[in-house]
Design a protein around this ligand. Structure first.
Ligand code: GUN
Ligand code: ZN
Length: 432
């Protein structure tokens, strides 16, 4: 028989898009809250005084000076780039040649892939991230290793083998046919198994021939619930390159659109330099953009226009983009996101930030019926954040008088040190 568990703490979660309902109606907060979990799902959430009697049989854990919220969702990250995080000096295209491709070559070895998948998942959990949309390498064994390790931890993860048949070193190239066949084999083996989902993953337009993109588009339509995961309009040189490679297409997004790589469950990383028409098209097709602030600043790519995307109805999630991104922590992504907005004369309200890191990510992935907040019936994926994580955070919290201030201080000053515990499907997978 499964044990019913209850967690008493301050509890905050996003319940709607602040753009639709306003900031105040976008979240629920219980100063003295209770989260009740059974069979890996949320059974109830609310005020402790009303729920404690009803669930007096539950095994109770009581915290102090903590905030429980939904597990963070990372809508764009590369597990094979773990060991090149913080590599000096280059912008996108040189960075790929100098650091990324040699690091990805090592995933030909399944033992290396398994080791890195273990460390990677541990690092996600240390940072409170319970779901991620993940790039592998061109090798199908990279994804077998990743999904095997994610399955052991019963995590909700989405990943795919990179498709790349040109403009990359010979040792990292597949062909249109082998990419299609290998991806299909992985889909049959993993897609829909437990909490795992597959993403068709052409790296970006420059590294795929039109033939490969066409087969990727075909595959994306072949199975229900598949994802499409790629990069777009991150860097100005990259955009010029795409223009030269696909002169017959009207723009970068049109390359993907033409090949059937757009729509619900299509997630495009970056989109820093998208034009108005492209934002419109992403919105009307139900596609999503992963906002990757630490990466966009680190590689000098540019400042995302979040407001424009949201005004066009584009679903936006938050991505770390490790290894171009510089932290696994979505609190740190929000810290940098705030500065990206500041540099454009705009603000990022802390509750809108929370939405981006949780429910907004879930909506981008069409998983908001299962994750993204703590409503009854959802997966019990949650984090316990520590208001006393460091002496400085503790001092800052003592000065804060409102929930908004405390949340903002956590996202500006917090990182993995602020994550006291991480639960996935009701099981504690990280404890500091
Ligand atoms: N564009 C194509 N490949 C990559 C990658 O690995 N990282 C980033 N940030 N952008 C890319
Ligand atoms: Zn990326």
């Amino acid at each position: 028989m499964s044990q019913r568990k209850a967690y008493r703490s301050a509890i905050l979660h996003s319940i709607a898009d602040p753009r639709d309902v306003g900031i105040e109606a976008s979240y629920a907060y219980f100063e003295d809250g209770l989260l009740v979990v059974e069979d890996g799902k949320v059974l109830d959430v609310g005020h402790a005084d009303t729920l404690l009697g009803k669930f007096s049989d539950a095994d109770l854990t009581t915290y102090s000076d903590t905030l429980i919220t939904a597990g963070f969702i990372d809508t764009h990250i590369h597990y094979p780039q773990l060991d090149i995080i913080g590599a000096y000096g280059e912008q996108l295209l040189e960075w790929l040649e100098t650091y990324t491709f040699p690091a990805e070559r090592k995933f030909e070895d399944p033992e290396h892939a398994t080791r890195l998948a273990q460390v990677f998942l541990e690092e996600l959990l240390r940072n409170g991230t319970t779901t991620a949309l993940v790039f592998g390498t061109v090798h199908k064994q990279s994804i077998d290793a990743f999904f095997s390790e994610a399955q052991k931890l019963d995590l909700r993860m989405i990943a795919g083998k990179v498709m790349m048949d040109r403009n990359a070193p010979e040792y990292l190239r597949d062909t249109p046919e082998s990419a299609y066949a290998d991806s299909k084999e992985l889909i049959e083996r993993w897609h829909g198994k437990g909490r795992l989902h597959y993403a068709v993953t052409p790296r970006f337009a420059p590294t795929s021939t039109p033939e490969q993109l066409a087969l990727a588009g075909q595959l994306f339509q072949e199975y229900p619930g598949l994802y499409m995961h790629t990069h777009i309009s991150e860097n100005k040189q990259e955009i010029e390159w795409v223009r030269g490679l696909f002169p017959e297409r009207s723009g970068y997004l049109d390359v993907y659109d033409h090949h059937g790589l757009i729509g619900e469950r299509a997630v495009f990383a970056h989109g820093v330099h998208l034009c108005d028409d492209e934002c419109q098209r992403l919105g009307e097709t139900g596609s999503a953009v992963a906002f990757c602030p630490t990466s966009n600043l680190f590689l000098g790519s540019g400042l995302l226009n979040l407001d424009k995307l949201e005004e066009c109805g584009v679903r936006v999630g938050l991505g770390t983009d490790v290894g171009a991104g510089t932290s696994f922590s979505q609190l740190q992504s929000l810290n940098e996101a705030y500065k990206v907005m500041q540099l454009q004369g705009k603000k990022l309200d802390p509750f809108r930030a929370l939405y981006l890191a949780t429910l907004g990510g879930a909506r981008s992935l069409y998983l908001d019926d299962r994750i993204g907040n703590l409503q009854p019936g959802k997966d019990a994926d949650f984090v316990v954040l520590d208001y006393n994580a460091t002496p400085l955070i503790s001092r800052r919290m003592a000065q804060a008088t409102t929930l908004a201030e405390r949340l903002f201080a956590l996202m500006i000053l917090g990182d993995d040190r602020a994550v006291k515990e991480t639960y996935a499907a009701g099981v504690c997978r990280h404890r500091k």
